[in-house]
Design a protein around this ligand. Sequence first.
Ligand code: TXA
Ligand code: MG
Length: 331
Amino acid sequence: MVKKSNIEEQIEEAVKVILKGGVVAFPTETVYGLGADAFNPQAVAKIFIAKERPTFDPLIVHISKIEQLEAVVKELDPRLLLLAEKFWPGPLTIVTLKNEKVPDIVTSALPTVGVRMPSNPIALEFIERCNTPIAAPSANRFGRVSPTLPSHVRKELPNVATVIDGGGCEVGIESTVIALNKDGFSILREGAITKEELLKLLPLSKEESGKRPSSPGMLNSHYSPQKPLYIIEESTVEEIEKRIALLKRDGGRVAFISFTGIEPKGAERLLYLSKSGNLKEAALNLFKILHLLEDDDRIDFIVAERIFGGGISRAIMDRLKRASYRYTSKE
Ligand code: TXA
Ligand code: MG
């Protein structure tokens, strides 16, 4: 008999846990997810308990093949298939009317459901072998920094026994979440698939420019490290050094997160999202760096450089702003 690889064994074990109504942390290309059988409300409830997540925040349903869409959505909108063809498997979540079979606990009783097909091969095989769609949020406690490594999951959710170890995630920030409205799409959460790419297929909905689109989980404070994080609006060395000096005045030890390669004086630790301003690399490093600094006992404060521009830079700034919200003056 051919010996199964370690990852095969891990997947097999994880599938057993899911089929018994348990929860499993698994890698996706974006971040690690905490999954349960989307059609088993008791199993899904365990996700909310493990994460201490409020039930008003709906979960994304993960599928491994297009045929599973029919079990999850109300109708196969041709635009859904168009987007799926272009961006799946990959980091795009599409919110559309749900099939009545999807339990209310998954969607926070909304009439819609968010669906995505991840591209990570371990995730795909795991879902495929479960033979049921998998509801999964990111595998972190509610409001905290998302996990991109198995060690992050273990730190965040020590009571989750089954973690499939797929190493580091490729993208490093969560999927783009869009809603399909009658007249086009609106972006509920920025991510690796950019507005510019989506616009090549569909128009932006009027709702986008009017009121803020509703995604119950998009709270101002999120992704927060356990120590103060400040974003410097003016990316000049002078401004950054001034802020570091201020924080150091009473003995604070400061880490600086650099994007453009600026190297200010006074920081105890200097970390680069990307030395060359590469956005994909920056996205990949963001949560890793936040976890690293949160765990570093020699650091009291985190100062980050602002990132300008469109595309993925908007998704990175969205995460940084929410991560610093608790620590930002609201005048
Ligand atoms: O990349 C990702 O999307 C990761 C991996 C594990 O797939 N998952 C993830 O899930 O980030 P979570 O729960 O951390 O974020 C899901 C977001 C939340 O902001 C939630 O409010 C929104 O998607 N969402 C889910 N279903 C929705 C719906 N029916 N209507 C509006 N927003 C929805
Ligand atoms: Mg999350």
